[in-house]
Write a protein that binds this ligand. Structure first.
Ligand code: ATR
Length: 293
């Protein structure tokens, strides 16, 4: 049975996402819905943060329960924390702060979320993964998949960045021009190419797509990037960025509330609804309908 979240009272814990920009984040809608669904007495807000050190000091002084960290603070937040989980340390990026009795812990839930989203859709056995991009998102996806012992190739525009990440992952490297996927390649786009407003852009020439490939895009605005549309038209199974986004939030929810499970169905629904019913503002970001909580 759905429990009602208690009214905001003296016991209510505050949670937030720190980022810049952050006004169009889907995290408040998703997390507040999860809190309400499970009866967790918390409120989650989006805060535009420029000085991450000062913001982390506020987490301590105001005893926030937890924080999501997004662009551009995922790496620069690390020196301000008390402890960093081993996975986040290896990746070099934190997307989650947990306030454990006054000690601030950093975690990375992007990496396990990417693996979760992928593995529930496709078996990784005897497959190879090609990761397009070598930035922060590629690092999280790459380290997550490297732990699964899948052969990985990094495909990036800039060879220096691509080779550096490939070396750290024990992966191969190819330039975009030279890369020729195999029939059983799982292709994952981690670049922003194809994201609104560049909706016609593709991160790799579409003639490289083969029917046996699986194609995942971490982009969810638009819901079906042109890469996914082109792949689907060639018969490839495709996966958009919603599951990974929801799962990184679900793992945060579990860390913050110590509940054994997150209410995945409603979290997914609120994100899906927001993206399918949203109008877009002048920057192309989704405008959440009022009333989604
Ligand atoms: P994030 O943290 O979101 O991953 P990032 O660290 O800025 O963002 O990384 C963006 C990645 O997308 C990089 O790998 C970048 O390639 P370069 O290393 O060559 O810069 C890639 N990228 C961004 N715009 C691109 C474009 N127009 N074509 C190809 N790759 C692009």
């Amino acid at each position: 049975m759905v429990k009602a979240r208690p009214d905001i009272d003296a016991q209510t814990r505050l949670y937030a996402v720190f980022g810049d920009p952050v006004a169009h984040s889907l995290s408040p809608a998703m997390h507040n819905r999860a809190f309400r669904e499970t009866g967790h007495n918390g409120v989650y807000v989006a805060l535009r943060v420029r000085d991450i050190g000062a913001a982390v000091a506020a987490v301590r002084s105001l005893s926030l329960g937890g924080v999501s960290i997004t662009v551009p603070h995922k790496t620069t937040v690390i020196p301000f924390l008390d402890e960093v989980d081993a996975g986040a340390k290896v990746i070099g990026a934190v997307n989650t702060i947990v306030n454990q009795a006054g000690r601030l812990w950093g975690y990375n839930t992007d990496a396990p979320a990417a693996v979760w989203a992928l593995k529930e859709t496709v078996s990784l056995d005897d497959r190879q993964v090609a990761i397009l991009g070598a930035g922060g998102a590629a690092r999280a996806v790459g380290f997550g998949l490297a732990a699964e012992k899948v052969p990985i190739v990094i495909v990036n525009r800039t060879p220096t960045a691509g080779k550096k990440l490939a070396e750290r992952l024990g992966a191969g490297f190819e330039t975009i021009e030279a890369f020729q996927p195999a029939d059983d390649t799982i292709l994952i786009n981690t670049t922003p190419v194809g994201m609104w407003p560049q909706v016609d852009a593709v991160p790799i020439p579409t003639d490289r797509l083969r029917p046996g490939m699986m194609v995942m895009d971490i982009i969810y605005n638009p819901l079906q990037s042109r890469l996914l549309q082109e792949a689907a038209a060639r018969g490839c199974p495709v996966l958009n960025g919603i599951p990974m986004f929801v799962y990184q939030g679900a793992l945060q929810f579990k860390l913050w509330t110590a509940q054994p499970e997150a209410p995945l169905a409603v979290m997914k629904q609120v994100v899906q609804d927001a993206l399918t019913t949203a109008t877009v503002d002048s920057t192309g970001r989704p405008q959440l309908k009022r009333g989604i909580k």
